[in-house]
Write a protein that binds this ligand. Structure first.
Ligand code: ADP
Ligand code: MG
Length: 457
């Protein structure tokens, strides 16, 4: 990537991220060059490097990879490296971007260590709601470590819904309740890595012994081994050996066993032989609960930082994708507000989260808008879109057109077609008219606001 290319990416970023975020986080980055597929940037502080990496890493990477497909990673470096080795001419990267769903895959010397457990992922910090109550109850039961009743426990659900969190929570709980148990928690990818390494080093006996000696085996993201035949084979044997010894197995995947393609049937049926529970997509209440619990934590971290009423509700309604993104939004919001020393208001939220909010924009249809407006003014849909020009129909019609322009991405001619084949100039006139009236007529302003809010809810 050339400096000029980075220059135009910067311009794009300033548009997607909004002026403030751009000024604070993107502008100070100095592009150093690309080598071995890594685009390097200089940042003034470590804090900033980490922050940018976590919050904007994905969007920056996708943009730079777009202009230069050889770039696979971005790295941020502070200007003053601690010279660790005499050869340390290039400063060490302070943080690699965190890719969604990726686990630490560095080889481990201690054979029995799986993934390091994340301190934040406990039962205490897991917010329970309708969509996840079954998965939570099952995880709790397994963590209590009584007799093995369902084996395996198979947890599945979309990305960012809490599978890894629950698995770590089980591991933590078992560690305190039954410290003598040998609990191994790893991702399917790590399982494969170990397996391949054992093959290469001719240490298959050790490998088999190791896995057969655990009391509780947890394998995260098992969909990863789909299509990897010898890993599946080995997994199958490990699995059977443990079940035969009545050892607990906990598996997670991003979909149900019968939806994982390229999985051997005997493995599929083994996975289904225990308890299969799914984490449903979050609902509004769960999202609000999670936001409340996180924001309490942040309020302790940033004492004195005020959060205006209604912000969490707004975020819970607007960011419906997944918990990881929801959390990321809140983290950024608190970090941003504390940095500039201002309370978290609606304006600040909109500004700071422009990119996330834009992506999660709910798609409202023209039909929905027409229905709501007709209901609101107690007129028939046919009159709303029909030819009559009396004020009782014309005004609601203009309001509906205005809302279509505001809330959908449809063009003026398209909107016109949905209103009885009207011309785009008519739609434009209607939109302008409402813009003016909103300033002069409090009743109309209020109606429009009400309708907008109920359409966006
Ligand atoms: P998955 O493994 O299903 O992709 P994770 O377990 O990594 O998802 O969860 C993503 C993020 O969302 C984590 O930071 C996790 O703590 C958080 N999270 C998910 N569900 C909940 C919940 N119910 N309560 C609190 N935090 C949650
Ligand atoms: Mg996970």
């Amino acid at each position: 990537m050339t400096g000029d290319q980075w220059g135009s990416i910067r311009k794009e970023l300033s548009e997607t991220l909004g002026e403030n975020s751009f000024k604070n986080w993107i502008k100070p980055l100095v592009y150093l060059g690309t080598k071995d597929g890594i685009a390097r940037f200089q940042v003034p502080t470590n804090f900033m490097g980490n922050y940018v990496s976590q919050n904007f890493g994905d969007v920056i990477l996708s943009k730079v990879a777009n202009v230069d497909p050889t770039i696979r990673r971005i790295a941020f470096e502070t200007s003053a490296p601690k010279a660790a080795s005499p050869k340390a001419a290039a400063p060490a990267p302070v943080a690699a971007p965190q890719f969604v769903g990726e686990e630490e895959t560095a080889p481990q010397s201690d054979a029995l260590n799986g993934s390091p457990l994340d301190k934040r992922f406990t039962f205490d910090s897991f917010v329970v709601g309708k969509p996840n109550e079954l998965a939570h109850a099952a995880a709790k039961r397994v963590a209590e470590g009584g007799p093995v009743t369902f084996n395996p426990l198979f947890l599945y659900g979309g990305v960012g819904l809490g599978k890894t969190h629950l698995m770590h929570a089980i591991a933590w709980e078992l560690r305190t309740r039954q410290p003598h148990l040998n609990v191994l928690n790893l991702s399917a990818e790590q399982f494969m890595y170990r397996f391949v390494q054992a093959l290469r080093d001719r240490k298959m006996m050790d490998f088999k012994e190791l896995f057969r000696s655990v009391d509780v085996l947890m394998v995260d993201d098992v969909q990863f081994i789909a299509g990897k035949d010898s890993t599946q084979e080995e997994f199958f044997h490990t699995f059977n050996a443990l079940v035969d010894q009545n050892k607990q197995i906990i598996i997670s995947a991003d979909r149900a066993p019968d939806e994982i393609k390229d999985l051997e049937n005997r493995i599929r049926s083994r996975l289904q032989s225990g308890l299969v529970v799914d984490l449903h997509p979050t609902d509004y209440e769960l999202r609000l609960g999670i936001l409340q619990s996180k924001s309490e934590m942040y309020s302790r971290m940033y004492p004195g930082l005020e959060v205006e009423k209604g912000i969490l509700e707004f975020l819970a309604a607007r960011i419906v994708s997944n918990v990881r993104i929801l959390e990321g939004a809140l983290t950024r919001l608190f970090a941003f507000a504390s940095l500039i020393g201002k309370p978290i208001t609606m304006d600040l939220t909109q500004e700071c989260l422009t990119d996330i909010l834009r992506v999660s924009e709910r798609k409202v249809s023209i039909e929905e808008i027409q229905r709501k407006v007709a209901d609101h003014y107690l007129i028939r849909h046919s009159d709303l879109v029909g030819p009559k020009r009396v004020r009782t129909f014309a005004r609601p019609r203009q309001i509906a057109m205005y809302l279509c322009k505001q809330l959908t991405t449809r063009s003026l001619p398209e909107i016109g077609r949905h209103f009885g084949g009207r011309d785009h100039t008519t739609v434009m006139h209607g939109v302008r008219r409402i813009e003016e009236l909103k300033k002069q007529d409090a009743q109309i302003a209020e109606d429009v606001e009400l309708l907008r809010r109920s359409l966006e809810a």
